[in-house]
Design a protein around this ligand. Structure first.
Ligand SMILES: [Mg+2]
Length: 232
């Protein structure tokens, strides 16, 4: 294929997400202990996590919107302590800032700069990472997430929204992500070419293999350079 654009997953593709999510929970917990100790006592981190899972299960209409799930969780946690006007915005701001304080994989930034110099980049994420807060937004032509589009990966519609934003056919776009089902199967279903970014050296066990598999973003950037040189 001639790569005319690249769409990218974010969490666990460009940075490890779990450390940021755990730190975000701790930041919220520290703030609650200081400002609402009764709420902090009623909802330690583990209980708050279970509450969020319960809220996600009970509100399937929010399955594409993790931010809305978390805001509802905050509201419920406070209401259970008899506080109806929960400081949702304030707690959310604390969570959001910490959730976006991610540490990029060392290969991410140099590779993104190389790729963005060759073809347009689009982000496609189910999460609520904010590329502007993270400081990478200048490298992206378009940024899409599930809450904005209204459906989550692997739904084809979110991939087709990327193609539409680029004015390209899905077959001209290479989608890159770590998740076999959400990224590789989803993008393939939408007609894109697929890259499985397999940082952990797992074996593929999800049916037809991805079009390409790379261990990190450097290998992807090398492959794109070689591929464009071949086609020019
Ligand atoms: Mg991911």
């Amino acid at each position: 294929m001639t790569v005319r654009a690249v769409s990218l997953d974010l969490d666990d593709t460009l940075w490890p997400v779990l450390p940021a999510l755990i730190e975000a929970e701790h930041c919220v917990n520290r703030w609650l202990r200081e400002h609402h100790p009764d709420v902090a006592e009623a909802w330690p981190i583990e209980a708050m996590r279970e509450l969020r899972e319960k809220i996600a299960q009970e509100n399937t209409h929010l399955s594409h919107d993790f931010s809305a799930q978390r805001r509802l969780t905050i509201r419920h946690a406070f209401a259970a302590c008899g506080i109806d006007d929960a400081p949702v915005d304030e707690v959310w701001r604390i969570y959001f800032a910490a959730r976006n304080a991610v540490e990029l994989y060392p290969d991410t930034l140099p590779a993104l700069e190389r790729i963005a110099a060759r073809v347009p980049l689009v982000s496609i994420s189910n999460g609520n990472a904010d590329l502007e807060v993270i400081g990478l937004h200048h490298l992206f032509h378009t940024r899409l997430n599930a809450s904005g589009v209204g459906v989550a990966k692997p739904h084809p519609q979110i991939f087709l929204a990327a193609a539409e934003a680029l004015g390209l056919a899905p077959a001209d776009i290479l989608h890159v992500g770590d998740d076999p089902l959400l990224d590789v199967l989803g993008a393939r279903e939408a007609g894109m070419k697929t890259v499985w970014l397999n940082r952990t050296g797992e074996r593929w066990s999800h049916g037809p293999a991805p079009d390409y598999e790379f261990p990190d973003m450097t290998h992807l950037a090398d492959w794109i350079d070689a591929s464009l040189a071949r086609d020019s």
